[in-house]
Design a protein around this ligand. Structure first.
Ligand code: ASP
Length: 591
């Protein structure tokens, strides 16, 4: 039996006989003495085997990297000069007396005893080895700490952990569904839940009062760095609360967790209305570590004879903003060209700029390709509105508001990173007062949060002007990443039908798709609300990881494939027949 984890031995064990199990991390032959670094999930211990112990020595000579072995031996202090202060076990070593080889290992496809930059697909294909690396194992360990912290906190606040189905009907969160064909009901499909939204609401109707679940959710959408087709939410719902109470409980949980697990104290946690976030940062998930803000200048440029600016300035759906970057005048032309390409990704057709060299000389002190089109007066009025100073650069965005917000919003973050303008390491906030709806490309309306979110007005007011109605939704944002979001829900059937109506879901469709919810709302549904945190993103931020794939044990790659199991895979004809599924010939040939 193991007496200690490798990583747990220290000076208090000196002279004790121990039995360690683990993987050979590294083997060094020091002419006559063999050193083995033995690794298990808790760390690494140095084992010394000398030729006096013949049998152990012969075996130590034969082991290779990643062999699994057992060592019996005595702990002793390392000789003076060989103590490794960087290792928790670095003051001691094990003098190995018996060595048992429990299993051999083929040569790993990539080195495990140090950082090597192998492609991500190779790592994912060999994830069982990739996860042996201490930094990866530590991320899994940290994730487990986060989930148990959250469970403890919520249990302490009387939340009840309830599981909800995975085989279910569509739960609209704005993505495509993953479908599962039913064998027993030919032609019918289950949908995997995009979230447990409707079930948690029905649990409130049942009187559960406070619910949580660490829930798998499934969304078939195009993947980005922080998206996975299946991901984990900390899903929460609560009855008889208002927005403030809910936000306070959640803020307390996140604050205390950052304090207890990372020793980080958030200095402030502002609540920013959506309209203000969009006005200042062009984003509903602003990165508040970066002290740059948009300034609207449409009124100043509308009269000028420069269509690139005047056009959007006069367009009700257009926007013209200036982004003043203190100290940015040193940015090179080449870098500006890079930024121009960068904003192009977001649909911007160009990137206008003005460098502020010598403001005391008036417009002459400005360096820019556009001042001649704006005219000196307008250029100087802009400078004065911005409070510009020598050494600044001012970037401009002029287009449809959506393009400006996305392009200059992304530029704001990029420039902030490049010039290292961060004012702090952690900047959390809530974004509140979201609109209920946004316009779709075909002119209809879609719910910004989801169709079960309560508006902040009456059904009559909502019908009257749905475009301007605000919702009781809130998002928690950290460093420009949405950590979670939720809302107070509709608990009244009439209001729910009104919202469905505005979304173009008629009574018949509402009954067919959400009849169970409308039924539940009839039977004394309490006022309720909740939210869900993206666990993967939370752990990604807390561990300073580059992507959520780094904090998920077995993630899919960017093409939504599991490199390890090669899922999704084909299935045999018999299975398809049982499911009454015919795969189109052209698809078969392609694959
Ligand atoms: N169901 C929502 C989501 O997945 C969260 C919530 O409203 O509680 O985004």
């Amino acid at each position: 039996m193991r007496s200690h984890y490798c990583g747990a031995i220290n000076e208090s064990h000196i002279d004790q006989e121990v039995t360690l199990y683990g993987w050979v991390h590294r083997r060094r032959d020091h002419g006559g003495v063999i050193f083995l670094d033995l690794r298990d999930r808790e760390g690494i211990a140095q084992v010394v085997v000398d030729p006096d112990t013949e049998d152990a020595f012969a075996k130590a000579e034969s082991v290779r990297s990643e062999f699994v072995i057992a060592i019996k031996g005595r702990i002793r202090r390392r000789p003076e000069g060989t103590i490794n202060k960087d290792m928790p076990t670095g003051a001691v070593e094990v003098l190995g007396k018996e060595l048992t080889i429990l299993n051999a290992s083929a040569t790993p496809p990539f080195q495990l005893d140090g950082y090597v930059d192998v492609g991500e697909d190779t790592r994912l294909k060999n994830r069982f080895l990739d996860l042996r690396r201490p930094e990866m194992l530590n991320k899994l360990r940290f994730r487990s700490k986060v989930t148990s912290y959250i469970r403890n906190f919520l249990d302490g606040q009387d939340f009840m952990d309830v599981e909800t189905p995975i085989l279910t009907r569509a739960t609209p969160e704005g993505a495509r569904d993953y479908l599962v064909p039913s064998r027993t009901q030919p032609g019918s499909f289950f949908a995997l839940p995009q979230s447990p939204q409707l079930f948690k609401q029905m649990l409130m109707v049942s009187g559960v009062d406070r619910y949580y679940q660490i829930a798998k959710c499934f969304r078939d959408e195009d993947l980005r760095a922080d998206r996975q087709p299946e991901f984990t939410q900390v899903d929460i719902e609560c009855s008889f609360v208002d927005e403030n109470t809910l936000m306070n409980i959640m803020e307390q949980m996140v604050r205390e967790m950052f304090h207890d697990l990372l020793n980080v104290d958030f200095s402030s946690f502002p609540r920013i209305p959506y309209s203000e976030a969009m006005a200042k940062y062009g984003s509903d998930k602003p990165d508040l570590r970066i002290p740059l803000e948009f300034t609207d200048v449409a009124d100043l440029v509308a009269p000028v004879d420069f269509k690139v600016f005047a056009g959007p300035a006069k367009d009700p759906k257009g926007r013209v903003v200036a982004l003043r970057v203190p100290g940015g005048a040193s940015i090179s032309r080449k870098q500006i060209d890079e930024y121009t390409k960068y904003v192009g990704i977001y649909g911007a057709k160009g990137l206008a700029w003005i460098k502020v060299n010598e403001l005391e000389k008036g417009a002459e002190g400005l360096q820019s390709p556009i001042v001649k089109f704006l005219g000196d007066d307008v250029a100087m009025q802009i400078m004065s509105r911005l409070g510009a100073e020598n050494g600044d650069i001012v970037f401009f965005g002029a287009d449809k508001a959506k393009v400006v917000n996305e392009a200059i919003g992304a530029l704001r973050v990029k420039v902030g990173e490049d010039l290292d303008l961060f004012t702090c390491k952690w900047a959390p906030c809530w974004v509140v007062d979201f609109p209920m709806f946004e316009e779709t490309s075909n002119g209809g309306l879609t719910a910004i949060h989801h169709p079960f979110t309560s508006p902040a007005c009456s059904p009559a007011e909502l019908k009257e002007s749905p475009e301007s109605a605000l919702s009781q939704a809130y998002d928690m944002v950290l460093n420009g990443t949405e950590l979670g979001g939720g809302s107070i829900r509709i608990h009244d059937g009439e209001m729910q039908k009104t919202v469905f109506g505005i979304l173009g879901i008629d009574d018949e469709e509402a009954q067919e798709k959400f009849g169970f919810l409308l039924d539940a709302l009839k039977y004394g549904c309490p006022p309720h609300g909740g939210l869900a945190f993206g666990l993967d993103r939370l752990v990604m931020l807390m561990t300073d990881s580059q992507s959520i794939r780094e904090v998920i044990a077995f993630p899919k790659n960017q093409s939504a494939t599991c490199m390890l199991t090669q899922a999704p895979g084909t299935v045999d004809a018999k299975q398809l027949k049982e499911l009454n599924i015919n795969v189109r010939k052209s698809v078969k040939e392609e694959s």
